[in-house]
Design a protein around this ligand. Structure first.
Ligand code: F6P
Length: 575
């Protein structure tokens, strides 16, 4: 068990100072920029390839100083150091939290803790690299066509079956790195227990060239195990129907051996499902599900993009891990962003946080961040079991720009709620296209479309920061009756994150950035960001309710009146 007791952040002097500043706080980004030419430069930071401009936030030097003091008071650096060295900072599960160990380079040069460190009797680096080597060898076999299905054909489609961290990470990274996917290979992702998911994802697939990866840390998740059985049934039925296998148990198990592999910490359960443990890739209980994309859970993506790109992806994480470990707090990007989120949530009472990638390939990034941030920090008790002393967690949401501009940005620009937003973009798109004809008016012939896209990014952050005063609206000759509706208050905070291109390394850097933002906030709030007890009750009740839905009268009678009526209506509506 960790020796750290949580500091109550609200008992610190920094907290009182921040509360004092927040009282009657009247931000004025126009004024701040006009009177301080150094503002953008002073508040722009670098973490690896990520340039992060915090200057359009509701931040002053005074606020920043108090936030940094708060980080010191709760000892963010000390707890990070405890985490990366394997202390059991996941207190409620009495586990180490070592996702940072998943991306420590194999050469071991300059590592802290030094290469070969042992936690709970295990040589962490040796275990990590042995598994990575096994995943790489497997990926190479699939990619080269050496791994064949039951009828000797190479694999064309990899279907990852998992949910939560065993789905959101792989699908997000696969989508983000589409340009790196080997030609002729495709990945699909089945997660939902709604049977339409497995139906649609297997539709029009050739079973002889399809490989399923059952990804589940526990190998006990209802959705994943049910979908894995449905997929196995689909495989057998298709192969039997085409005559590719005989109707024997031996043929069936041979088909599973050639078309199913697994990723799990529970290799005994993998074997019980019928998957050869030789075709299973392990990981460890010190990797949380939502922190597991860089463990073997990413196997589908390693197959798709190849080991070299995966190594670059891992090195991106490590770059930001090192930044988090070594950068002074006042230049430490994840710490600064985490502190800003605390400022907005606890002092300015923001209820949610938007993440707006101006990179279509990052279209699943907001969904990925929802699990990372909300499963980690949506807690009401601290790691010693006492109630939290302030609001925790942030509601993360978002969609890629510019799509969001035509949907929900209205509320961010002119609504009554404060919604801090992270804008994320890259300078070099994978597909630089030009609008050769233009429209003869706003868009010149030959316009670089990515430039037009980025003009929207810059324009939105400007509009949010500086708004448009009533006087400016009037000066355009606007009828007085609509001046209020057409004015923009400004002072709507944004963080701008720019990277050179959406490379494997940059995607790794972005994920690590948000992992450590989550860590920073959780440390300030004194919560265990690495457990997820809040998902258990619903899982238990689903199993209790299932017999009632299946027509068991006693089980139905045992339900509360609302649930009973709903299930009865459902049964009545069923054909
Ligand atoms: O229900 C929540 C959760 O436990 C997540 O934390 C996890 O990522 C997901 O379920 C899937 O779990 P598993 O990988 O064990 O199937």
């Amino acid at each position: 068990m960790t020796e750290f007791a949580p500091v109550d952040p609200t008992s610190t002097d920094a907290w009182s100072q921040l509360a004092g500043i927040a009282e009657g706080f009247s931000p004025d980004l126009r004024e701040w920029f006009a009177t301080d030419p150094g503002r953008a430069g002073r508040y722009t930071f670098q973490a690896g390839d990520l340039t992060v401009d915090l200057s359009k936030n509701l931040l002053t030097d005074e606020i920043l100083a108090q936030l940094l003091q708060l980080a010191q008071d709760v000892d963010v650096p000390g707890r990070f150091s405890a985490m990366i060295s394997g202390e059991h900072i996941n207190v409620t599960e009495d586990r180490a939290v070592l996702h940072t160990a998943l991306r420590r380079p194999k050469d071991g040069v300059g590592l802290v803790p030094p290469a070969g460190f042992v936690v709970d009797g295990a040589d962490i680096d040796a275990d990590v690299h042995a598994t990575l080597d096994k995943v790489y060898a497997f990926a190479d076999k699939v990619r080269s066509g050496a791994w064949t299905g039951i009828s000797g054909k190479a694999i064309k489609t990899v279907v990852n079956i998992g949910i939560g961290g065993s789905d959101l990470g792989p699908v997000m990274v696969y989508e983000a790195l589409k340009p790196y996917v080997q030609a002729g290979l495709e990945c699909r992702f089945v997660s939902n227990i709604d049977p339409t998911d497995v139906y649609e994802k297997t539709a029009n697939l050739d079973p002889e060239t399809t490989l399923f990866i059952v990804a589940s840390k526990t190998f006990g998740t209802l959705e994943t195990l049910t979908n894995a059985r449905l997929a196995r049934e689909w495989l057998w039925n298709q192969l039997l129907a085409s005559g590719a296998i005989a109707d024997t148990d031996a043929a069936r198990s041979d088909a599973v051996a050639k078309h199913f592999v697994a990723v799990s910490t529970a290799l005994d359960k993998v074997a019980a499902f019928g998957i050869d443990p030789e075709n299973a890739f392990g990981f460890w209980d010190w990797v949380g599900g939502r922190f597991s994309i860089d463990a073997a859970i990413g196997t589908s993506v390693v197959v798709a993009i190849g080991p070299d790109n995966w190594r670059a992806f891992l090195s991106g994480f490590h770059t930001v891990d090192e930044h988090m470990r070594t950068a002074p707090l006042e230049q430490n990007v994840p710490v600064l962003m985490g502190l800003l989120n605390v400022w907005y949530s606890n002092f300015l009472k923001a209820q949610s946080h938007a993440v707006l990638p101006y990179a279509q390939y990052l279209h699943r990034f907001p969904a990925y961040l929802q699990q990372l941030t909300m499963e980690s920090n949506g807690k009401s008790v601290r790691w010693d079991g006492t109630p939290v002393t302030t609001d925790t967690g942030e509601i993360f949401w978002g969609e890629p720009g510019t799509n969001g501009q035509h949907a929900f940005y209205q509320l961010i620009h002119q609504g009554t709620r404060l919604v801090p937003a992270d804008f994320i973009a890259v300078a070099n798109p994978a597909h630089p296209l030009k609008d050769e004809t233009g429209d003869g008016a706003a868009v010149e012939p030959g316009q670089d479309v990515h430039g037009l896209f980025m003009a929207n990014f810059f324009a939105q952050t400007k509009a949010l920061a500086f708004g448009k005063t009533a006087a400016e609206v009037r000066a355009e000759g606007t009828d007085e009756s609509v001046v209020p509706a057409r004015s923009f208050s400004g002072n709507r905070p944004t963080t701008s994150i720019l990277a050179p291109a959406l490379t494997p390394s940059v995607v790794g850097q972005l994920i690590a950035l948000y992992e450590h933002i989550v860590f920073t906030e959780g440390t300030i709030w004194g919560i265990d960001s690495f457990d997820q007890w809040g998902v258990e009750l619903g899982k238990q009740l689903a199993l209790q309710v299932a017999p009632a839905v299946d027509g068991d009268a006693d089980a139905l009678a045992a339900q509360d009146s609302s649930t009973k009526a709903l299930i009865s209506k459902y049964l009545e509506l069923r054909n």
